[in-house]
Design a protein around this ligand. Structure first.
Ligand SMILES: C[S@@+](CC[C@H](N)C(=O)[O-])C[C@H]1O[C@@H](n2cnc3c(N)ncnc32)[C@H](O)[C@@H]1O
Length: 218
């Protein structure tokens, strides 16, 4: 059988989640993605803005951002209670600035528990897990509805690199398609800011991720 680049997850299982969090402590390459998101936030939003992270997971990106933007208000959305428990533990020193929202990004109206409009939506390594381009479009569209005029969406997620010879799971698709979906959902001048750990010959589930950006204007 042809091997598909992707991963099987059990995000509602406590043991699986704890092992996932230990296995994916950020590498220097991933920290570069966090730094890129941070620098975009710093250049686009004010110091006391509201930032929403979709698929907060164990809270690695949140920790990076909250430590370096000491006045922002932060929302972490995730459907996994074991992930939210780990994030709460990691981010406990920021408790007054962080609100956790347990919701399914596709099936639930996650934005209803957040005071709108928001300044920025960020995410890493999460939206591909929604399993299809259609579901990612649903989420990009709901982000557009939740952002304020001039708000920014930064999605650092797994993609299928151009020239790929392998088959990829459906949530991992070409940068050009992300850009097209961002444009279709109303984002202005969507673009890819960077591609990380590009690997065509021997891709693993933890390689080939890009930082997609879209700015929302009414
Ligand atoms: C691969 S982990 C990445 C976690 C974190 N963003 C990081 O970079 O370390 C994907 C995260 O997305 C969450 N997730 C996956 N599908 C989801 C959905 N439909 N609704 C909400 N959260 C979801 C999982 O529970 C998990 O925390």
């Amino acid at each position: 059988m042809k091997e598909v680049v992707g991963a099987h997850h059990e995000f509602h299982d406590k043991k699986f989640v704890s092992e996932w969090a230990d296995r994916f402590i950020p590498t220097p390459e991933r920290v570069k993605l966090f730094d890129l998101i941070l620098s975009e936030l710093k250049s686009r939003i004010s110091s006391s803005s509201c930032v929403v992270e979709l698929g907060i997971g164990p809270g690695y990106l949140a920790n990076h951002i909250l430590a370096r933007m000491p006045e922002i208000e932060y929302y972490g959305v995730d459907f996994s209670s074991p992930m939210l428990d780990i994030a709460k533990q990691r981010l406990k020193s920021y408790f007054s600035r962080v609100t956790y929202v347990q919701a399914d990004l596709v099936k639930d109206r996650w934005w209803e528990d957040i005071s709108l409009p928001i300044d920025a939506v960020i995410s890493t390594w999460s939206l591909h897990d929604l399993g299809s381009q259609e579901n990612i479009e649903v989420v990009y569209r709901s982000c557009a509805g939740a952002l304020k005029d001039g708000g920014v969406l930064l999605n650092g997620d797994f993609i299928k690199p151009s020239g790929a010879r392998h088959e990829y799971e459906p949530g991992r698709f070409e940068i050009e398609k992300h850009v097209e979906i961002l444009r279709r959902t109303g984002f202005n001048a969507p673009e890819c800011l960077a591609l990380f750990e590009e690997e065509l010959e021997s891709p693993t589930a933890a390689k080939n991720y890009a930082c997609l950006k879209g700015v929302w204007y009414k």
